[in-house]
Design a protein around this ligand. Structure first.
Ligand SMILES: Cc1cc2nc3c(=O)[nH]c(=O)nc-3n(C[C@H](O)[C@H](O)[C@H](O)COP(=O)(O)OP(=O)(O)OC[C@H]3O[C@@H](n4cnc5c(N)ncnc54)[C@H](O)[C@@H]3O)c2cc1C
Length: 379
């Protein structure tokens, strides 16, 4: 009987894990000693950091979408058939079409999703750039925007912790380029008592906002939007008028995770070092769906995928695994249209943003194109 590895979710974390497993277990796959089955719910793979550039007409929507089959090594079996139940007691995943996929090792890589419907009025009155449709709508609204107050509001939890800052800086340069900065008031809000969840990044942001004339309000937890009066209200009791509302809606994990009893709101209890689901030695969690106290980011998913692929391969080949995750996250942060900064951090080391530079911006643009190699496990 071959060892069966099932991966649920064909996004960044699931795809990199699958391709790295093929590299490590190639001979066993060819000999039929190992089988890798990926279950996902869409035939396409979307490069989500590209949404930011779609908003500003810098990347066309079709440039950030590829066929999932084309990104996977041919030795991985792909099933586009949403998982509807994960049964960890009996080691089997059930899909919408009624199939059951038994496993020896399971990797849960179902990511996170936005839930704008959790904020009354947001769908009708606000914009977001956290899915392709939202990014295109915001792009079109910006093309027709004549000026006024642009409020940026962020729900929690959310993936890519730096994206609210990036969209703010890029909006600044967008209006500057259009020669309408004097007609626009950029108003950034943030849910906690500083400008960013990572304190060093927050400290770095204050002078940047000062320099660019960006106003802000902290302790602003978006509670409700009035689309008719164009007002966004916070749980803290403040109200802001807006002409354009740009938001990061709050997130949840995938419904299948919550419905299978794996974690409230779809966040799964994950060991910080081994990335095993607590209490289940043959179940690994990768990417946004972990409950780890670190950024939900593509780079996080990538570094975790490296660890999980190593661990499963060692367990299959040698019966035990030693590789551990150190909490590493790496982010290039756009500070406008032609400069970026960079942060890296892990469980032990806090981030330290570098001075913005053109070179870091080009590196971010370069990575946007290289992502497809990264997904294939080459980079
Ligand atoms: C605007 C924006 C900007 C970003 N910028 C950056 C950045 O600069 N740097 C960075 O590192 N990260 C960035 N990110 C975050 C990054 O894209 C995510 O953190 C990353 O994709 C998480 O990978 P994942 O595998 O956990 O989830 P995903 O890549 O979202 O993949 C989850 C997969 O699971 C599938 N799935 C869900 N439910 C089921 C089911 N029931 N059955 C089967 N399959 C299912 C989904 O279809 C999807 O394919 C950004 C994200 C956004 C939205």
């Amino acid at each position: 009987m071959p060892k069966r590895i099932v991966i649920v979710g064909g996004g960044a974390g699931g795809t990199i894990t699958a391709n790295l497993l093929v590299r490590n277990l190639y001979r066993q796959l060819v000999n039929g000693e190992v089988v890798i089955n990926m279950i996902t719910n869409k035939p396409d793979h979307v490069y989500q950091p590209g949404f930011l550039y779609v908003v500003f007409d810098k990347i066309r929507p079709n440039e950030i979408v590829r066929k999932q089959r084309d990104l996977l090594d041919p030795h991985v079996n792909l099933f586009v058939d949403p998982a509807v139940k994960i049964d960890r007691e009996n080691n089997v995943v059930f899909t919408k079409s009624g199939k059951g996929f038994p496993y020896d090792y399971l990797v849960v890589a179902t990511g996170s999703r936005i839930v704008p419907e959790n904020i009354p009025g947001l769908k009708e009155g606000g914009h977001w750039f956290y899915d392709l449709e939202g990014a295109v709508k915001l792009r079109d609204s910006l093309r027709n925007f004549q000026g006024g107050r642009v409020v940026i509001a962020t729900g929690v939890p959310h993936k890519c912790p730096v994206a609210p800052l990036e969209i703010t800086f890029m909006l600044h340069d967008y209006f500057k380029q259009k020669g309408m900065l004097d007609k626009v008031e950029l108003y950034y809000t943030y849910p906690i008592n500083r400008l960013h969840s990572l304190e060093p990044v927050s400290n770095w942001t204050y002078p940047q906002f000062e320099k660019k004339g960006i106003k802000y309000e902290v302790l602003f937890n978006m509670e409700e939007v009035d689309p008719v009066k164009k007002v966004v209200k916070s749980m803290e009791g403040t109200e802001l008028n807006y002409d354009l509302l740009v938001t990061v809606p709050p997130h949840k994990g995938a419904p299948v995770v919550e419905e299978s009893g794996m974690g409230k709101n779809g966040w799964v209890s994950t060991n910080r070092q081994t990335l095993r689901n607590e209490g289940f030695n043959n179940v690994y969690i990768v990417g946004d769906t972990t409950d780890l106290p670190i950024s939900k980011a593509g780079s996080t998913a990538h570094f975790e995928a490296d660890v999980i692929a190593e661990r499963i391969s060692s367990e299959v080949l040698e019966g035990s695994a030693a590789t551990e995750y150190d909490g590493k996250v790496v982010c290039f942060v756009e500070t406008g249209f032609d400069e970026a900064t960079y942060v890296w951090f892990n469980y032990q080391t806090p981030p330290k943003p570098t001075p913005p530079s053109k070179m870091l911006h080009w590196m971010k643009l370069g990575y946007n194109r290289l992502y497809w190699l990264s997904a294939r496990g080459v980079l």
